[in-house]
Design a protein around this ligand. Structure first.
Ligand code: M6R
Length: 366
């Protein structure tokens, strides 16, 4: 059932191109100009009445929600907050009937996410669920459901579910934008074309999977490391850090690059690995100067850049490149190298990759 792969996690990493294709599936019009989200039953008037959006989820799904926030704000110009479900209910969030709440859950059974959904409904909000399990509790209780067609995810560490959630957010962001008229048709068409190119681009990254092994084995000898990034790169850094902790048991932290000098820089010492995401062209110069801050203190920097962007080679110890795409779409590519680094680091440490200690696939207690 592992189809020749050593672990479910690796199999699921390789299933991502298919998961992207299946999740986009029939939701893009044949002429490539618009998104067709028939599962969203909102009328255009209801969409126009949305004042704000709350995205609520746990763990990796929360990290997808961080990307979702940027995507929706960028494309549809609606203010979005993203919250961890276990915090959301207790901060007495301001939910009105003009708030749209988006819950994200691979399993659709996470207790905190379900409780947040119920709280949102109690306050009169409409709830859209992004889930991988048709007929799950979250799917049954939400008003509208966007199913991620990733197929069953067995490994505790989420990979293809996360990336399919990203695809769902791109589709939803485009849907809102086209309903609200916040983007030119050409921008929508360009974004859709770039989305359609993603599966092949992931395949190209996976063809080079072995090149991450040596660096992962080096990382595996450390007890601490950092991920840094700005904007969407910071959102992906947080997911990369969780993945690494979860299966390799290496302590890591993800930092917004600009925050380093407000405290964390004190922890940078000779040889400490720093994984720097630098795929956002508009922020590149600033990110490079943050990379230099850690390099100057002896960090071993692994840079993740993008083909076609200025090279990071001079500022980093190791450079990996993702294929060129729109800045908004980079998370759907840049997370793949981080998944591979975590996988190989866990393997090098002799851990149980698919069943990390202390963790369950589905967390049904609050
Ligand atoms: O099923 P859910 O998406 O609601 O699960 C949420 C988290 O428990 C889950 O993403 C967890 O963080 C993963 N094990 C991370 O890889």
């Amino acid at each position: 059932e592992k189809a020749g792969f050593d672990h479910f996690m690796l199999k699921e990493i390789y299933e991502q191109p298919k998961a992207y294709r299946d999740t986009m599936g029939s939701r893009l019009s044949d002429d490539g100009k618009s998104v067709v989200l028939n599962e969203i039953k909102m009328t255009p008037e209801e969409v126009k009445a949305i004042h704000n959006i709350h995205i609520v989820a746990c763990g990796t799904a929360y990290h997808a929600g961080l990307v979702g926030k940027s995507v929706i704000e960028h494309l549809a110009r609606i203010p979005v907050e993203t919250d961890v479900a276990s915090e959301y209910r207790y901060r007495s969030p301001i939910i009105t009937k003009n708030t749209l709440v988006v819950v994200v859950s691979q399993s659709g059974e996470t207790a905190d996410t379900l409780a947040a959904l119920r709280e949102a409904k109690r306050c009169g909000a409409r709830v859209v669920a992004i889930t991988n399990v048709v007929g799950s509790s979250v799917a049954r209780e939400a008003d509208d459901v966007i199913v991620t067609w990733a197929g069953p995810e067995i490994a505790v560490a989420s990979t293809k579910a996360y990336t399919s959630q990203l695809i769902a957010f791109y589709l939803f962001g485009l849907y809102l934008a086209q309903t609200l008229g916040t983007q030119e048709e050409a921008v929508l068409a360009e974004t859709i074309a770039a989305l359609q190119a993603l599966p092949e681009q992931v395949e190209a990254i996976l063809e080079q999977a072995e090149t991450y092994k040596a660096v992962a084995e080096k990382i595996a000898t450390h007890e601490n490391l950092f991920f840094i990034g700005r904007g969407l790169d910071y959102a992906v850094a947080q997911e990369g850090s969780l993945k690494l902790k979860e299966i390799s048991y290496i302590h890591s932290e993800a930092y917004a690059s600009g925050e380093l000098k407000h405290g964390t820089l004190a922890l940078i010492e000779e040889g400490i690995p720093v994984i720097a995401l630098a795929t956002q062209d508009a922020l590149l110069e600033k990110t490079v100067s943050n990379i230099q801050e850690v390099s100057a203190r002896g960090a071993y920097v692994i840079g993740i850049g993008m083909e076609g962007s200025p090279s990071l080679e001079k500022s980093v110890n190791e450079q990996f490149l993702i294929p060129g795409t729109l800045s908004l779409l980079t998370p759907a590519l840049s997370v793949v190298p981080l998944q591979l680094l975590s996988y190989y680091a866990s393997l090098a440490r002799g851990n149980d990759v698919d069943k990390p200690r202390n963790l369950a696939k589905s967390v049904t207690v609050e």
